[in-house]
Design a protein around this ligand. Structure first.
Ligand code: KIV
Ligand code: ZN
Length: 515
């Protein structure tokens, strides 16, 4: 909350319902995200996580759509979760029977009400729409179902017709009236107008189901709640048709942070369910997705990181722990000395002032070249700096290369290993491979190494570019280390980078450095 004034704001400008229900439709509208299809098992796993998160209702699917849908709805119901399991149905006996067949006791039934839906999709008169919807609600009620009725495309439906059909539906016994903004055309002011009107005309609890076509689904849902909506339809990660639905995490956290309204949701599970849904659906979140994106709690600029390190609230509206996420300090050209010091401390890397200045300069230089400096980069740079002040066990004493069209690439390497000089030649599929094979042969009495990663980048571009080689090597004891070298010769940069990582591995084995 942002202060006591909020209490006054709540009383004077808002008409909050006593209880706000979260109706999650990740498994129904969320699964309608183009390209997404979940297996029965995956739906069950998501339902279990939604239940553990604490949502009030889980729309498990559309039982009449397929046998698989019917089975998954039935299985989810049979889990005996605390959340109410809801099945979607058109306003038809067949669809309602499928919901009953799935053993559900809550139905979400709908019919298109806007002129576009009446004339072009259903080809039904207003009277026919009303009688079909009423019959469906009565049939569902007669079979013991709790009924939520949606007027599909409500926000493009004439207001008087929307109120007329809602009136009939209330008389038929519906338990919830839902307002779908099917193509996401609302704005907060339009939402306020509609919700205020509806809340003053109907006593039946009101639900909202908003789509995100203009990026306003969360803002509109929040406005609807401020105007008395009793329930919000949401999806994890804002999944759903086209640009999606109102995002569960955004609405839950906005209510908590802005108004101190805590729903019965375990917010600490938000990040993990977001990642889980992203993994199963294959729909990755953009880095700047509110609450759950990679950058939601990431900081790079010196000024921000300085503030964050003193008090995280300076540049974070909520703590990452609230949603089970974590803070990330990113290094780059905006990095300040404080951020770098804090990172080095995290990795227990102790640099002298002079070494620190050199590492700081290298990070800024990489940032200026458009590079994002990862934690591995930082460790490599800092440890290289540490290593250069330390006696290395292996020194390169000579290097020669033979290449041509008719000969296999052959490298000759001379190393001094713990004071003893050794030399050998070896071949490979290319010059770098030949050089690495020669090094491997020379150090085989000391250790076996595996090159896990090899990255080559040209700095500055052009044919005279410097080669920047970054490697990760591992030894037979499972230790890993990074190595980096910059040289105007690609093969030499590779040799030096590999030797750099081998020297670190030897120092790790001898417990002289600790990663
Ligand atoms: O967006 C929509 O109109 C829907 C209906 C099925 C309620 O998802
Ligand atoms: Zn929808």
């Amino acid at each position: 909350m942002y202060g006591d004034d909020i209490e006054i704001l709540k009383r004077e400008n808002m008409n909050l319902a006593d209880k706000i229900y979260i109706f999650d439709t990740t498994l129904r509208d969320g699964e309608q995200t183009p390209g997404v299809a979940l297996t029965v098992d995956e739906k069950i796993q998501i339902a279990q996580k939604l239940d553990s998160l604490g949502v009030d209702k889980i729309e498990a699917g559309f039982p009449a759509a397929s046998n698989g849908e019917l089975q998954s709805n039935r299985k989810i119901k049979s889990l005996g979760l605390d959340s109410t399991i809801v099945g979607l149905a058109r306003s038809s006996k067949n669809d309602i029977d499928a919901v009953l067949d799935a053993d559900l006791d809550y139905i979400h039934t709908f019919i298109g009400t806007s002129p576009l839906h009446r004339d072009y999709k259903l080809k039904m008169s207003k009277e026919k729409i009303i009688s079909t919807a009423v019959e469906a609600v009565e049939y569902a009620k007669d079979h013991g179902l709790a009924v939520e009725f949606s007027a599909e495309d409500a926000t493009r439906t004439e207001r008087d017709f929307l109120f007329e059909i809602f009136g009939e539906i209330v008389d038929a016994g519906a338990d919830f009236l839902d307002i779908p903004d099917t193509v996401g055309i609302l704005t907060p002011i339009l939402t306020r107008d509609l919700l205020t009107d509806i809340k003053s005309s109907f006593k039946t609890p009101i639900s909202v189901h908003f789509h995100n076509d203009f990026g306003l689904a969360t803002a509109n849902t929040l406005t609807a709640i401020e105007c008395g909506a009793n329930q919000a339809h949401v999806t994890v990660n804002g999944m759903g048709e086209r640009t999606g639905n109102t995002s569960l995490e955004e609405i839950v956290i906005a209510l908590h942070a802005a108004y101190g309204i805590d729903l019965d949701i375990d917010t600490t599970q938000i990040y993990s369910i977001s990642e889980f849904v992203a993994r199963l659906t294959g729909v990755k979140m953009p880095v700047n997705k509110p609450i759950v994106g990679d950058n939601a709690f990431a900081h790079e600029s010196g000024i921000h990181v300085h503030g964050i390190l003193n008090n995280s609230s300076t540049y974070e509206p909520i703590s990452p722990e609230l949603v089970g996420h974590s803070r990330k300090i990113v290094l780059g050209k905006h990095t300040g000395a404080n951020a770098l010091k804090s990172k080095l401390k995290d990795y227990h890397i102790d640099l002298s002032d002079e070494q620190f200045d050199k590492v700081f300069a290298q990070i800024k230089a990489l940032g200026d070249r458009g590079r994002c400096v990862t934690d591995d980069d930082l460790k490599a740079i800092a440890l290289t700096e540490l290593g250069s002040a330390r006696e290395t066990p292996i020194k390169l004493k000579g290097f020669g290369l033979l290449c041509g069209e008719v000969v296999s690439p052959t490298a000759t390497v001379k190393l001094e290993i713990d004071g003893v000089e050794k030399e050998t030649s070896n071949t490979g599929v290319g010059p770098v491979d030949a050089a690495l094979n020669a090094i491997r042969e020379l150090i085989q009495d000391t250790m076996d190494i595996e090159l896990e990663e090899y990255n080559l980048e040209a700095i500055n571009g052009g044919t005279d570019a410097l080669a920047d080689v970054f490697v990760i090597s591992s030894d037979n004891e499972g230790n890993k280390s990074t190595g980096r070298a910059i040289n105007d010769d690609i093969v030499m940069a590779s040799v030096l980078a590999v030797l750099d990582s081998i020297n670190k591995l030897i120092l790790i084995q001898r417990s002289e450095i600790n990663l």
